[in-house]
Design a protein around this ligand. Structure first.
Ligand code: URA
Length: 276
């Protein structure tokens, strides 16, 4: 069900930018909205009113009150995000998910794949065309490079890694997923992390690193060290690095990405020997 709440241009057309700590607060409000809305039995119209209220508040703390049309595409169905018992249940719910506009253009939702008790959960941004067509994460060129990167430190999706994305459906034209789409999918990711309980998280790219660390810092500042990711009642060591597509575009990122992988390998070694 499509609910139109106010008039005029869409948020993204207004070129809205979040800057510094205000952006952080704004993003936190939007994430809160994601967790808040999808666990309730509200009607589509009620969800849209709450979402609109929170979006206006988040715009205000970001420093610019946005007046415009906001279109929300909620369904009346309660989306039981956050209350799954298994990865299969999460994948089944994703097939029918209509929590955001990406459901309108996806061919397949892409829940993720890999080891069920992984040492490392790798988290990317969102599926691209090949992932959308196959329903599997990281199967295109960037995925092939990701497999090589993981292989270089004895990790693979077949044995000890689970690979997923912060957003499970492809954004049209491969655009970045938007904050409300990330928020709408947050409960699925959180449930996956809760179920998988990985020893480490490896975030590839700016968007997943920022989302999981609740930060607006650029990837160049977030990478290169372990940080605590507090999620689903757990604290999991997280290391961020460049996205494999960035490595394919710019050779200069290869060296720092390799440094990050070596840090992960060292941490895995010491965690296996019981030192962490
Ligand atoms: N890029 C991502 O971030 N995720 C995928 O699954 C594919 C490409």
């Amino acid at each position: 069900m499509r609910v139109r709440v106010c008039k005029s241009a869409k948020r993204e057309q207004a070129g809205f930018q979040s800057i510094g700590p205000r952006g952080l607060w704004g993003n936190s409000l939007v994430s809160l909205r994601g967790l808040f809305l999808y666990n309730t039995g509200m009607t589509a119209e009620e969800k849209a009113s709450v979402a609109c209220f929170i979006d206006v508040a988040s715009d205000m703390v970001r420093g610019g009150y946005f007046r415009g049309e906001r279109e929300y595409n909620f369904s009346d169905e309660p989306d039981a995000v956050g209350s799954f018992d298994s990865l299969d249940e999460i994948a089944a719910a994703l097939k029918n998910c209509k929590a955001c506009r990406l459901c309108e253009t996806r061919k397949n939702a892409v829940p993720g794949e890999g080891a069920q008790s992984p040492l490392v959960m790798v988290i990317g941004e969102a599926p691209g065309a090949e992932e959308d067509a196959s329903g599997r994460p990281f199967v295109g060129k960037a995925g092939q490079l990701l497999d090589k990167m993981l292989g270089s430190i004895n990790l693979s999706r077949e044995t000890n890694c689970f690979i997923a994305n912060i957003v499970k459906c492809r954004p049209p034209e491969n655009r970045d997923p938007q904050p409300d789409e990330i928020a709408a999918c947050a409960g699925f990711l959180e449930s996956q992390i809760q179920t998988l309980n990985p020893r480490f998280i490896l975030c590839v790219g700016r968007l997943s690193s920022q989302a999981l660390l609740n930060s607006t810092e650029p990837i160049g500042k977030l990478r290169g060290r372990f940080m605590d990711c507090k999620i689903a009642g757990m604290t999991i060591p997280l290391i961020a690095t460049y996205h494999p597509s960035a490595l394919l575009r710019n050779e200069d990122y290869k060296r720092p990405a390799w440094d990050d992988l070596k840090m992960l390998r060292a941490a895995l070694g010491s965690s296996e020997s019981g030192a962490t």
